[in-house]
Design a protein around this ligand. Structure first.
Ligand code: SF4
Length: 280
């Protein structure tokens, strides 16, 4: 799926300029300034394994966007089950999807997304590794007033592949609650999962509840179209008319410096029922 804002829900780009702006570009494997890992001091000939090497090996690596907080994890948009059917439909949010153009077509980015996708072949191993690696990352997260908890974004490109995939994501959310962060505070990692897979998500909801730190936000299929009310989950949409969704919260990213989330974390907040992204 191509999902919301800096992603799937996001408005389809209508020009190369738009595509740069919406969604926000991903800087593959770009890391923040963190202390280096300590290598094997007893055997200096052994190659030092970096944190990123290990993450690549176990889960295909994380991605980061310049506009969103913390980390993301993405797979190829070509693998979207519903999204790929919407791609050719004029007026759908996936028409001209940003995640099938430009940056996402670069060889290294495509390679990284396919590497991650391959990890889904063994969901037990993938989910266990995700829990372990995210806990390690969270230990290094230092909360601030504008960035109060680790905010993880699922699928800035791509969407859920199966019921089992979503169940594994639920296990990851449950396995990353009440973690001690770098300042000694105890917090959950919080997840935003945009999806157009209404049927698949509905099946999981009949089987189990959603973890408190996972915000599954169902994305509307058409620009200015009906919103997915059926599952009772938070939603997102894309609008061209300011009065289209009077009860929604409009994403403020386009008004903020750099066009990013800044201190907004509405997409991660299950109390925010409907977020709408303005199509540029
Ligand atoms: S609504 Fe807030 S959290 Fe969601 S994409 Fe926009 S700025 Fe980011």
């Amino acid at each position: 799926m191509l999902d919301d804002r800096h992603n799937p829900n996001h408005p389809p780009a209508s020009s190369p300029q738009d595509r740069n702006r919406w969604p926000l570009p991903i800087h593959e494997e770009q890391t923040r300034h963190e202390p280096p890992d300590i290598g094997d001091r007893l055997n200096p000939n052994r190659r030092q394994t970096t944190r990123e090497d290990r993450e690549r090996e176990l889960v295909g690596g994380f991605s980061r966007t310049s506009s969103m907080p913390w980390f993301s994890w993405s797979i190829p948009a070509d693998r979207c089950r519903v999204g790929s059917r919407l791609w050719d439909i004029e007026g759908s949010v996936c028409h001209g999807c940003y995640a099938r153009t430009r940056h996402y077509r670069q060889k290294n980015v495509m390679k990284a997304m396919e590497r991650r996708f391959a990890k889904l072949n063994d969901l037990d191993s993938w989910s266990e590794s995700m829990i372990q690696l995210l806990r390690q990352r969270a230990r290094r997260f230092r909360p601030t007033a504008s960035d109060p908890w680790p905010a993880f974004r699922w699928h800035d490109s791509g969407d859920l592949q199966s019921r089992e995939h979503l169940l594994a994501i639920c296990r990851i959310a449950e396995g990353t609650q009440e973690l001690i962060l770098a300042d000694g505070s105890k917090q959950d990692i919080r997840y935003w999962l945009p999806s157009r897979e209404y049927v698949l998500v509905g099946k999981v909801l009949r089987q189990r509840t959603v973890p408190r730190n996972l915000c599954i936000r169902m994305s509307a299929h058409k620009i200015d179209g009906p919103v997915p009310l059926g599952l009772g989950l938070p939603m997102s949409s894309v609008h061209t008319r300011e009065d289209r969704y009077p009860d929604s919260q409009v994403c403020p990213a386009f008004q903020q410096p750099g066009g990013g989330c800044g201190s907004c974390r509405a997409c991660w907040d299950t109390e925010v029922r409907h977020i709408s992204f303005r199509r540029h």
